[in-house]
Design a protein around this ligand. Structure first.
Ligand SMILES: Cc1cc2nc3c(=O)[nH]c(=O)nc-3n(C[C@H](O)[C@H](O)[C@H](O)COP(=O)(O)OP(=O)(O)OC[C@H]3O[C@@H](n4cnc5c(N)ncnc54)[C@H](O)[C@@H]3O)c2cc1C
Length: 234
């Protein structure tokens, strides 16, 4: 099935789609200077002010913006995402609609990282082993979905039938977030300790942020993401 208009593909079936953006860099500067008449003082001074605000944790002017996204992500990614309380969510309900056969299947498998307890590293399996294990994962998701369909056909309510579905199932949600909270998300979720699959979403979100608030994004990168090692596969 084709992706919705303007969706940026992520992982095997996911996407990030910008629905609305409110505010810009000059608006952030205006909010910070409101007591002095709400004026821009030219690009150099405005960029300097933005950097000063970020460096000194004066976060409220960045709250004068809003980004609204449509996201499709596997449930295990959405669970990590929903921990970001300073934002608003609306998610598709498996109580009201039948969930589509759409599961995340990694292209490669990873083994535990011996140095970083919560991390994982590529490799560690022969090609045959990996193919076999990926095949098992695929089979298990298909079997779960087939049980889900059988339960629905037998008349079981959607809210109960869905409980057989795995964490790899894709869900969809709207996410509204201001630039302050988005920067918190990007700082935590582009970072190497975050799981690779959520980092894959953080990268296009960072690009959208850079497109709409270039001065803020540039100062943010310099101050907080200077050592950012963006995953080339993401
Ligand atoms: C690499 C990584 C590993 C993680 N591992 C785990 C894990 O093992 N288990 C787990 O449960 N979570 C884990 N998390 C989730 C993490 O603890 C946070 O819940 C998540 O990153 C959201 O961050 P946040 O609270 O800053 O964001 P938000 O909820 O959006 O909050 C933004 C900011 O608002 C302030 N704030 C929000 N709520 C409160 C409050 N109640 N009181 C005071 N200040 C508040 C804080 O300054 C906070 O930084 C992990 C996150 C990462 C990035």
């Amino acid at each position: 099935m084709p992706l919705p208009p303007h969706a940026i593909p992520v992982l095997d079936h996911g996407f990030v789609r910008v629905l609305e953006v409110m505010g810009d860099d000059v608006g952030i500067v205006g909010a910070a200077r409101v007591s002095f008449g709400n004026e821009s003082k030219g690009e150099k001074a405005d960029r300097g002010l933005i950097k000063y605000l970020l460096a000194h944790d004066h976060g409220t002017p960045f709250e004068m913006t809003a980004f609204k996204f449509h996201i499709r992500a596997p449930i295990f990614v959405a669970r990590q995402w929903f921990r970001h309380r300073w934002s608003s969510f609306n998610e598709i309900s498996g109580r009201y609609v039948s969930l589509e056969h759409r599961f995340f299947l990694p292209s490669t498998l990873r083994t535990p990282d011996m140095k970083n307890k919560q991390g994982s590293v590529e490799g560690g399996f022969s090609k045959e082993e990996e193919e076999g294990l990926l095949g098992e994962m695929d089979k298990s998701a298909r079997a779960a979905y087939s049980t889900y369909e059988s339960l629905l056909e037998a008349g079981v309510a959607r809210e109960i039938a869905r409980t057989v579905l795995p964490l790899s199932l894709y869900t969809e949600f709207y996410w509204k977030v201001n630039a302050r909270s988005l920067m918190n998300f990007l700082r935590l979720r582009t970072e190497i300790h975050a799981q690779k699959e959520i980092r894959a979403y953080a990268v296009p979100l960072l690009r959208v942020f850079e497109e709409h608030l270039p001065w803020t994004a540039s100062a943010f990168r310099e101050l907080f993401l200077s050592s950012l090692d963006l995953d080339p596969e993401a």
